[in-house]
Design a binder for this molecule. Structure first.
Ligand code: AMP
Ligand code: GLY
Length: 421
């Protein structure tokens, strides 16, 4: 098969690495890719959101399967366009990608199909949102409806803070069009858990558990990021909890989306809060988590390509994936200053020494001029280790991190602490 992966981050490097290892893959492209991905795939200089050129490229290069990494092109309808040309595409169509593209859409789906989620209101008027906030009191959560690159959520401890979040989104337009509508919702309490399943329109196959660390600071403090590290398995995801989440959240979503006329295919990534009343849905993402994908690919023992094809073809029933019994951990190296402003184009050394420790370094934001590897983003490298336990994987990941010579970068030193202490 001729396969195109869309995206250029650590998630796409992990996907390319897994797909390149499949005997079914004859040719692998990645658009736009990065310096690390170039070792596994031919990088094509087309942006992940450039739907027109991606469609043209897939057609002209007789691509058999397109695997879409990020949410942007999914919401823009890349899968719809490819399907219309009879090119298999892994990921939801635009109308189903609304599960991530509109938090209000996701909340209304939950209401229609009896899926547990925080009580909420949807608002296009700032004064109406503020009245609701004053009625409900704090703590309360204010969310931009649309895609805001992980920045559109305020968990407000006071009414004042929530009112400010409304102004930020609706008056200051901090999130552009994404903040023109708001969801204001009940603040849930508990432990968070990410849950991943591959869906084919009707059937859903749960993947191994994985957990990320969203905030930039050690001890899970400070501003939110795209994710500073991840590990798999997730000790809180027991077999009983997996069954409960499948029965009360994932399958009602899959059936509900099909009933409502938006059949869902691709990865369904549920952000859950494990409350005293059971798991509740915080949000859906319509793609693999980044960096959770990196640890999942590290533990996947089956060929991933047949699973992706089965999801596209609607034949996931009775499909099985094998996972290693071991644990995997990835530590994100980010540019100093991230998630605020940071320097680009700084030189990274020691990648060979890191690889020599036995770890896998997935690239998230790098370029190469042939001689040197340079940083080209906020999250830059994902240093990933695989070992018997989470604690050993943590040791392995940090040994490899310490072999990397990049004074312009930093990482959290406590990835996995919740699973180890
Ligand atoms: P989201 O992008 O919707 O997952 O929100 C980002 C983060 O905000 C989540 O990972 C949670 O930590 C927090 N959050 C979102 N919604 C709620 C809620 N209803 N109650 C408490 N925390 C929340
Ligand atoms: N790691 C969080 C995300 O991919 O959204």
């Amino acid at each position: 098969m001729r396969i195109l992966v869309v995206g250029g981050g650590g998630r796409e490097h992990a996907l390319c690495w897994a797909i390149a290892g499949s005997p079914l893959c004859d040719k692998l492209y990645c658009a736009p890719g990065n310096a690390g991905i170039a070792q596994d795939a031919e990088c094509v200089p087309i942006g992940a959101d450039d739907v027109e050129r991606l469609v043209t490229f897939a057609t002209e290069n007789a691509v058999d399967l397109v695997v879409v990494g990020p949410e942007g092109p999914l919401v823009l309808g890349l899968v719809d366009r490819l399907e219309a040309l009879n090119i298999r595409a892994f990921g939801p169509r635009a109308n189903a990608a609304m599960l991530e593209g509109s938090k209000g859409f996701m909340k209304d789906l939950c209401t229609r199909h009896g899926i547990e989620t925080a009580a909420y209101g949807r608002f296009t008027d700032a004064e109406a949102a503020k009245t609701y906030i004053r009625e409900q009191g704090a703590p309360i959560v204010v969310k931009a409806d649309g895609l805001a690159a992980g920045k559109g959520v305020t968990v407000a401890q006071t009414v004042e803070e929530a009112l400010n979040a409304v102004d930020e989104a609706m008056t200051d337009n901090a999130f552009g069009d994404a903040g023109a509508e708001l969801v204001v919702e009940e603040c849930l309490d508990g432990e968070e858990l990410s849950f991943f399943a591959i869906v084919d329109g009707t059937n859903a196959l749960p993947l191994a558990g994985a957990q990320d660390h969203k905030t930039v600071g050690e001890g899970d403090t400070g501003p939110n990021t795209g994710g500073m590290g991840a590990y798999s398995p997730a000790p809180s995801l027991t077999e009983a909890l997996e069954a409960e989440v499948m029965e009360t959240i994932i399958m009602p979503t899959v059936r509900g989306m099909a009933e409502d006329g938006y059949p869902y295919t691709g990865v369904l990534y549920a952000g859950l809060m494990l409350t005293q009343d059971g798991p509740k849905l915080l949000e859906y993402n319509v793609r693999f988590g980044d960096p959770e994908c990196q640890v999942l690919m590290m533990r996947l023992r089956s060929d991933i390509v047949p699973a992706l094809v089965a999801a596209c073809d609607g034949v996931l029933e009775n499909f099985d994936l094998r996972w290693s019994d071991n644990a995997a951990m990835t530590v994100v190296l980010a540019a100093n200053g991230y998630p605020g402003s940071y320097k680009k184009d700084t030189e990274i050394k020691g990648l060979d020494a890191a690889a020599a420790t036995g770890a896998m370094v997935f690239h998230a934001g790098t370029t190469s001029d042939g001689a040197t590897i340079r940083a080209n983003g906020g999250r830059v490298l994902n240093v990933t280790a695989h070992a018997r336990t989470i604690a050993e994987a943590q040791k392995g990941a940090y040994v490899a991190v310490d072999a990397i010579d990049w004074p312009d970068g930093f990482c959290r030193r406590d990835i996995g602490w919740r699973a180890i202490d």
